[in-house]
Design a protein around this ligand. Structure first.
Ligand SMILES: *Cc1c(COP(=O)(O)O)cnc(C)c1O
Length: 398
């Protein structure tokens, strides 16, 4: 008799199908830019986190190739054993300069940076207050830490304040938030969060994954809000606007020194590859030296909002202050249909459905390398497919 211990997997998949929650991958052929090739067809790409178009920039490619020539493909060990290279330190210094922090620490991904940092700085006797829409990696880090985790309503300072009344029952308290919310596109109220953190003797950790390279002069949401000089912990990724792979934490020298000794996802994993480190370092220089890329991205964002407002005023957009713009749809099935129709019309923009988000949507991300014609074609395609917005609104139009 074959064992039945695994039969639940098939049943579980059937349930996923039934709810229209089933997900599959799509292979992109060749380099990914403002357009991509899928199944031999060229599509305009509104699905990428490569906001500045750096992932296929020749300077990053050259940097990755030279580093590979010089150091080889793998780092052969963890940073504390045989994996550390001078290149890692140069990258960390560049991140610290960009973020205007004393120091920084590079992880092998943003996900690892988040779970490692959170689990290192709080534990069983502590409290985490987390925005309900935080990224999966922040939620996983919170669970891994063993701290008591309470979610406050999305960007809701009153809800946070209510939960802060419990703060004194715990040793340490950490407030955790995305800066740009990855599946919504709105910003956390950082100055107010910092005020509350200071008043209640809490630490604050902010995830700048979708803001680095995009907001402020490229340093992110902290810079955008003029909070660079305030005490906080910044985490982020090298894999979005920086076009590479890897994650980082930026903060005080003492914090970074502590993490090198206490963050398990930094200590017990192989150091970032030379190619990824060199590409990220090249990207940081470009972010600092070519502000015109960021300015073009923001012109594209403004143009899309304007065209949508003029041509499709009935669509429900979530509030956005970033390169991410979401269009609400009434159900997972309608979101999938819309994404498929867009793809037929030559536009690649994914349907995001539960359980990733509470309400289904089409998620559009803009790049500096989109042309006005690309944006116009997106809006024309959205007009042609006659999207029905859900009846109950969450968030008003921009
Ligand atoms: C993408 C993302 C991460 C994870 O970063 P990776 O480098 O891709 O692992 C973490 N936080 C947020 C908010 C993200 O959007």
């Amino acid at each position: 008799m074959p064992s039945d211990a695994y039969s639940w997997i098939e049943q579980s998949l059937a349930t996923i199908h039934k709810a229209d929650w089933y997900r599959t991958v799509q292979a992109i052929q060749g380099r990914s830019g403002a357009t991509v090739e899928i199944d031999g067809r060229s599509l305009i790409n509104f699905a990428s986190n490569d906001y500045l178009g750096l992932a296929s920039d020749d300077r990053l490619i050259q940097a990755a190739m030279s580093a590979t020539q010089q150091y080889g493909t793998g780092t052969t060990g963890s940073r504390l054993l045989s994996g550390h290279r001078q290149l890692h330190r140069e990258l960390e210094s560049a991140i610290a300069r960009l973020k205007q922090t004393e120091d920084a620490l590079v992880f092998s991904s943003g996900y690892l940076a988040n779970i490692g940092t959170i689990s290192a700085i709080v534990g069983k006797r502590d409290l985490i207050l987390a925005d309900q829409y935080n990224h999966s990696s922040l939620k996983s880090g919170a669970i891994l830490s063993g701290a008591t985790v309470i979610e406050y309503s999305h960007c809701d300072l009153v809800s946070l304040q209510t939960h802060l009344q419990q703060r004194d029952r715990y040793r340490r308290c950490l407030i955790v938030t995305d800066s740009v919310f990855s599946m919504d596109g709105d910003l956390c109220p950082l100055p107010e969060l910092l005020d509350l953190a200071e008043q209640h003797n809490c630490m604050l950790l902010i995830d700048e994954a979708h803001a680095t390279g995009v907001l402020g002069n490229g340093a992110g949401c902290v810079e955008h809000f003029g909070c660079t000089q305030r005490q906080l912990i910044q985490v982020g990724t090298l894999s979005k606007a920086l076009g590479s792979l890897g994650g980082y934490v930026a903060g005080s020298k003492i914090l970074i020194d502590f993490l090198r000794n206490r963050a398990p996802s930094w200590i017990y994993t192989t150091a970032l590859s030379p190619a990824n480190a060199a590409a990220a370092l090249a990207a940081i220089h470009i972010v600092q030296q070519e502000p015109e890329r960021r300015q073009q991205l923001w012109r594209n964002i403004d143009n899309l909002k304007l065209l949508l407002h003029q041509q499709l005023p009935h669509l429900q957009l979530l509030p956005s202050e970033s390169a991410i713009l979401c269009l609400l749809l009434p159900s997972p099935a309608s979101a999938l249909t819309a994404a498929n129709s867009l793809q037929d019309a030559g536009v690649f923009a994914p349907a995001i459905r539960p359980p990733t988000v509470p309400t289904s949507r089409i998620r559009i991300s803009l790049m500096a390398t989109h042309t006005f014609a690309h944006i116009q074609q997106l809006v024309d395609s959205l007009s042609a497919i006659e999207i029905v917005s859900p009846k109950s609104a969450r968030g008003d139009r921009q």
